[in-house]
Design a protein around this ligand. Structure first.
Ligand SMILES: [Cu+2]
Length: 178
């Protein structure tokens, strides 16, 4: 025991960037942990941008993989403009569209996130992609995904590769809650 005087720790990383709040190995502090435990309908209490619940989908055809996340913006209006990863030649942002029974993905340049709002990247909806993967990814691997914002903010998250079954199950459960 060290007595009742505890240091104030971890509310913001010392480099000034937004906290990668859902990474368990980062000392993200009580504010971030509380935010991580909240679902999509909880108020956005953080300052600035925070990226939560990042998952990389099991690659389809081995060359590209979807990226799914919940991004919360407790600061001024911003926009997600790109993704990057050391394991991919490039990233992209996609909208999923269904017309005449055909589902297609269309690249989009920017996904706005107004201040006080959130952006959800979900299977079958708006999502990110890592393209031209440098190596095979397997379920259980960890991939660094960097989220790039219009403001110049960059947030790097170590994200798990999850199976398509798990992606479908989680998002079905999330939609049931609405
Ligand atoms: Cu896509």
């Amino acid at each position: 025991m060290v007595g009742d005087r505890r240091p104030v720790t971890g509310e913001r990383p010392v480099d000034g960037g937004p906290a990668p709040a859902c990474m368990p190995m980062v000392a993200a502090g009580l504010i971030a942990l509380a935010a991580c435990s909240g679902g999509a309908d909880t108020p956005i209490a953080e300052e600035g941008l925070a990226v939560h619940d990042v998952r990389v989908g099991e690659p389809v055809g081995r060359t590209s993989a979807g990226v799914y996340a919940r991004i919360e913006n407790g600061g001024p209006d911003d926009a997600l403009v790109d993704l990057a990863s050391p394991l991919a030649r490039r990233g992209s942002l996609h909208a999923t569209e269904t017309a005449g029974g055909m589902t297609t993905m269309r690249a989009i340049a920017s996904m706005p996130i107004p201040g006080g709002d959130r952006l959800e990247l979900l299977p079958g909806a708006r999502h990110g992609m890592l393209e031209e993967l440098e190596r095979d990814l397997a379920v259980g691997d960890t991939v660094e995904v960097v989220f790039l914002f219009d403001s110049g903010t960059r947030i790097a998250i170590a994200a798990p590769v999850v199976s398509r079954l798990e992606l479908a199950g989680r998002d079905a459960a999330a939609h049931d809650a609405h």
